[in-house]
Design a protein. Structure first.
Length: 299
């Protein structure tokens, strides 16, 4: 029968394997790195096998360590879920909800909606990770992710959290004073365009339009600026550095104020709005349904 020390040592091993770092695991567990090292040495001595390979920069599991991790880590996850379920019985919902999302959804949907309700639930914490990549939410231990409706995996539960949206092509008045407005998307090749690079595409985001028969086509554009998020693209467009291809709601105020001018409006396509997606979690924390309902899109 395993001793109490065995369980604490195994937990230490799981956290180090998961974090890939003694320092991060120690911070997460609230103990010193020396105590963590001692626990691992004791575990390896008792099992008579090396579980971790350490270098100056990283920590990884050995073959034996990986087998042990795959065997025991799910059980510790079940314990965490069980403890979270007990916390649900508290009068006030509590817990941490981790969400991975792109910048635009974080700013336009998650922030304005949750900023209204979180003050009502002081024991709920929301952690938002801004990332354009297609994150594996189960592997990265996120509770949910946010994607456009046409990008969702079929095995996920999906909840619409935003309306359908449109793309806008905009430039500053100063830019258009020097360059004639394009009348068709094909003329964009004659303009300086501010590109967006996304890891999910492996390159630059294509500028997609609809022709008069509602058929989609792409235009390859170029310019001096490439960013990996929307905010600096809008900033560059405001500074007259070129044309931007961005979600309409990110520039509406600038258009109304005359700081940006829209073009090719009739060619710009609508796209499916954002959805929150998550796996079927039978033991979700009491905080999770509150966050889902707060984000849910209401027509």
């Amino acid at each position: 029968m395993a001793s109490k020390n065995s369980y604490s040592e195994l937990l230490a091993f799981v956290e180090i394997a998961r974090e890939g770092s003694f320092t991060r695991a120690a911070a997460k567990m609230g103990i010193s790195t020396s105590a963590l090292s001692h626990a691992i040495r004791a575990l390896e001595t008792r099992l008579e096998v090396r579980l971790l390979t350490r270098t100056t920069r990283s920590v990884s599991t050995t073959e034996a360590g990986e087998r042990l991790y795959q065997r025991i880590a799910p059980h510790f996850d079940e314990i965490d879920l069980g403890l979270e379920a007990v916390r649900e019985q508290r009068e006030k919902p509590a817990g941490t909800v981790r969400i991975t999302t792109a910048e635009h959804a974080a700013n336009s949907i998650i922030w304005p909606k949750l900023a209204k309700i979180l003050p009502l639930y002081p024991d709920i914490t929301v952690e938002v990770s801004v990332n354009f990549a297609r994150t594996d939410i189960a592997a990265e231990r996120f509770d949910a992710g946010v994607r456009l409706g046409d990008e969702l995996d079929k095995d996920m539960i999906a909840v619409r959290i935003g309306p359908d949206q449109r793309i806008a092509v905009v430039g500053s008045p100063e830019y258009f004073a020097k360059h004639p407005k394009p009348t068709t998307p094909y003329q964009l090749t004659e303009h300086s365009c501010i590109n967006l690079r996304l890891p999910t595409h492996g390159g630059l985001l294509p500028w997609v339009f609809d022709d008069k028969d509602r058929r989609e086509f792409k235009v390859k554009v170029s310019g001096q600026w490439i960013y990996n998020s929307v905010s600096p693209i809008v900033r560059a467009a405001l500074a007259g550095q070129g044309l931007a291809y961005v979600p309409e709601d990110t520039v509406l105020e600038h258009i109304k104020a005359g700081r940006l001018v829209r073009t090719l409006d009739e060619w710009c396509i609508p796209y499916t709005g954002y959805h929150l997606y998550y796996p079927n979690r039978k033991q979700a924390s009491g905080a999770f349904p509150i966050i889902v309902e707060a984000l849910r899109h209401k027509e």
